[in-house]
Design a protein around this ligand. Structure first.
Ligand code: SAM
Length: 353
């Protein structure tokens, strides 16, 4: 029987652990072993991405959503949210501001809002790419659409697509997503990859009913999918949702999953998520010291920011884009790392070019 120290060494040396080994680690890891895990993940990140941390400017352009995910504050059934939509002109103004602040990747994220037709989104992506050509990458995070739509947005110039798989447990997925199908989410991710996008997948930690074996399954699914980016954040309850009184994910468990993802899928980008920053004032810095290498500062206009409340007490609600830009830079420097304002393609993408 391997000791946990052996397992951590194995993950570091071979980038592989069986599901059973991951489950044992998650069930029994001690604070001292967590520190060893974080330092191995940091070493791995340094070997692949050095001391650079890539910044992506995040524009949350609509909080209108046709889906009804049980955990999410902007779910369709939440009648208490004040809804908003930014026009294409307003989104472009955010990009101009973001460009001025040095960002060279724009992440356009929203609820699943079909008011934005394929034609509107294609024209928008095309204009962003034209305006800052050839410096800027466009990432979309707009949820499930048809393969034809994904294809046409790619042709219009979109480079990347983020869509978390949320959980690799089919049973849990189905409980949490009454309006969605497990197979559809996975089919979307496979299609996006096939089209040629740099793809981001990922999951939440601490979902009600989620087990260590489910989390091991998440890591194995990701290893198989081999996405360019892996978003891992704690589940944070929102009082206006059916899961409002549940317990949320912990900082420790989330950091352990970030570190294990770095060891098992070493060449992926891994963001230090806003949700981690919400759970703990230094949550993002802790993630950067446990293998994360990307931060996504918010450039959504301050007039609507607070309305994009996926969970409560989300940080930066009163801030302006320039506040976030420099606050993040200071945080990155405080842990001895450096901001990189380049496009920041993934190593997998660069090696396939
Ligand atoms: N609609 C797009 C999609 O489904 O990919 C993008 C927006 S969606 C709101 C962004 C992510 O927020 C989800 O993938 C989910 O993991 C996360 N999220 C939603 N509610 C959350 C909560 N209560 N706690 C933590 N993360 C949450």
């Amino acid at each position: 029987m391997n000791t946990k120290h052996d397992l951590l060494d194995k993950a570091f040396q071979t980038n592989h652990l069986t599901k059973e080994e991951i489950t044992v680690l998650l069930e029994t890891i001690t604070p001292e072993e967590r520190e060893i895990l974080y330092s191995k993940a940091l070493k791995t990140k340094q070997a692949y991405y050095g001391d650079k941390v890539y910044l992506r400017g995040l524009i949350e352009f609509s909080n209108i959503c046709r889906q009804d995910c049980l955990y999410c504050g902007i779910r369709a059934s939440n009648a208490k949210v004040e809804r908003y939509r930014l026009t294409p002109g307003e989104i472009l103004a955010c990009c101009d501001k973001g460009y001025e602040l040095g960002y060279r990747t724009f992440v356009l994220q929203s609820g699943e809002d079909l008011w934005y037709t394929d034609e509107m989104l294609s024209a928008l992506v095309h204009e962003i790419k034209r305006r800052y050509y050839p410096e800027v990458a466009v990432t979309l995070s707009i949820g499930e659409r048809s393969v034809e739509t994904y294809q046409s947005l790619f042709v219009s110039g979109a480079d990347r697509f983020l869509m978390r798989h949320e959980t690799a447990s089919q049973e849990l997925y189905e409980k949490l997503h009454p309006t969605m199908r497990f197979e559809d989410r996975r089919a979307c991710l496979a299609a996006l990859k096939k089209i040629g996008y740099q793809v981001g997948a990922g999951f939440m930690v601490g979902l009600p009913g989620q087990t260590p074996a489910d989390l091991a399954e998440d890591l194995h699914y990701l290893k198989e999918l081999h996405p360019d980016m892996i978003g891992i954040g704690p589940f944070i309850p929102h009082s206006q949702t059916p899961l409002g009184t549940e317990k949320g994910g912990t900082i420790e468990n989330t950091l352990v999953m970030v570190a294990l993802a770095r060891l098992l899928i070493p060449d992926s980008h891994i963001p230090a998520t806003t949700a981690l920053g919400t759970l703990h004032p230094q949550g993002r810095e802790m993630a950067l010291q446990a293998g994360a290498n990307v931060v996504m500062p918010i450039i959504t206009p301050s007039t609507v920011r607070k309305q994009y409340a996926l969970y409560e007490n989300k940080i930066c609600g009163d801030d302006h884009p320039e506040d976030c830009r420099y606050c993040i830079e200071r945080r990155i420097q405080s842990v001895g790392l450096k901001v990189d304002l380049g496009k920041g393609d993934s190593l997998q993408f660069i090696s396939n070019m």
